[in-house]
Design a protein around this ligand. Sequence first.
Ligand code: ATP
Ligand code: MG
Length: 620
Amino acid sequence: MSWKIYSLDEIRSMAKFAIENPEAFWLDKAKFITWFKQPEKVIEGEPPQERWFSGGTTNISYNAIDRHLAQKKDKIAFYWINERLDFRSISYQDLYQEVNKAAYVLSELGVKKGDVVSLLMPSTPEAVYFSLAVHRLGAVLAIHYIGLSEETLAYRFNDCGSKVLVVASKTFRNGNEIRVKDFIDKVLESRNTPIQKILVVPRGYSDFNVNGQRDVVYDDLKPRGKIYVKPVEVEANDPATIYYTSGTTGRPKGLYHTNGGYVVALNWAFKAIFDPKENDVWWTISELGWPVWPMANLYTIPVMGITGVLFEGYIGYKRDLFSRIIERYSVNLVWSSTTTLYTLKSLGEESVKAGDTSTLRVILNTGEPLNVGAWLWLNQNLPHVKIADAYWMTEHLLPIAATPYGIGEIPYKAGSAGIQFPGSYFLVVDDEGKQLPPKQKGYIVLKPLSPALAKMWNDPNYERIKKQYWSRFPGYFYTGDYGYVDEDGYLFVLGRADDVIRAEGERIGTLEVESVIVTHPNVAEAAVVGQGGSIVAFIVPRQGIEANDTLRNDIKSYCRNAGYIVDKIVFVKRLPKTKSGKIMRRLLKAILANENPGDISTLDDIKILDELKESLKGLT
Ligand code: ATP
Ligand code: MG
């Protein structure tokens, strides 16, 4: 299907139409999926208790496989490749057979509609098989990060309540073997969780323990011949998947998205952003535990019937991996976390130039505001590629703002997340919740009436969700972000509202200062925090650059010229990041103030705490 290409004004009208006529707008989008029973109503009730497409029944696995099998048997559904360049190709027919087998084994283990199944696997075809198998049975999927601490994983198993866990025996990342099954044995030995059955998916030689009553090995149960498991009919509002937020600003929140509205919303999102063509190849660079991986590889790529690339490992493992993989699979579309794009920049030109990237049309950024320096670098080194942006949050997985190149010829503005996305509706408001005119900084809120708004898990009376998101600005959903819109309606996210710095009577978003610092030629990465009324910058110098007082003074005067007084500069080897690669500024603040950092369960590497304390020694 090809689309009319709309102008910026027309997209604005579309966004206005969507907020004024949500029923008509979303009824049209509901046709992206196949319904067993058509919905009776588009919207019922008020957020956060509203229901979407009530009475409609469907199944995600059916939408991702069965419905296009007749035309796409031999088409590649996924290419898989790891950092060591082992590879496999999976056709839609393979996907069909493997998902049916996985679903059969899960049902033998007792998994039924509505049960929660946890998954702890790297980015492999098996991760797709088991995820879609969970959906085939109408069960609820909870994907966790490999590398979470024992305590955090145990907390999540308890919070989501899953009795069955599917786990890969091991994975490789950045040259290291990670023994996932051994780790799970330790978690379950020392802590109480509801997990009763572990299904182990062996990777090569079976060098793991099998605990008699509890563990089963997939290869022992997997049916040899063909098998068919009927997709279980679920209602549009039945939970499909549980996600935890990244934990950037505090303890991660557990939320769920639905089988109907959520999949409809995501398919609309990517039609509008990418408008994938029938033969497009789309690579999403993300770990499994971040919603980005399932959003692309479960709920969009196979639902659209196109081809995905699954990558297992770390993109920085070899300098040329990124562009070599693009060349090898003629990748057209890349969806990447912001931190991955920064990694490419720090790896240098070779990362994007070693392989032929001429097939690549769009790179989509998500996770954090993409700083101007990184955008400039990408633009210079990949001039044929459009850089797109989508600003969304686990709680609302339809972009809040984006550059929807799939429907429009819209200009990119460096530093901006894009324009009002049709189907979402954001406003920038002051402390009292009054809408601010363009160019004035304030809090980003949503007037949401979209099927991509999550509900909280374990919150049957909607009390937690109301308190967390709806109480700060009555009538609005509060994103927790700070920013402004310009006169053309482009949204600039300036950072988290909690991190806003009050310096010299002004409120400054962290990104405002960081954007300046990272354009300094000797700086690789930066994070700023407020301390009293002053600005403290944590800076990672570029490789080979000496961190000394000359550089410190030079950066300070560089910032002064741009209008920001940076009082202190702390040179560090790296910044504290969450598993999804976001800078945890609250940790920097806590360390500076010598306070307890709070929940750091998603901190990527706990060792950074000591590193940071060391870097702070002697700072005056
Ligand atoms: P937590 O809610 O647990 O503190 P988190 O907010 O980082 O963690 P996510 O839901 O993964 O958890 O991230 C959503 C947030 O990420 C948004 O609120 C916004 O701050 C930021 N974000 C995501 N994409 C973009 C983008 N393209 N541009 C700017 N900011 C973005
Ligand atoms: Mg958040």
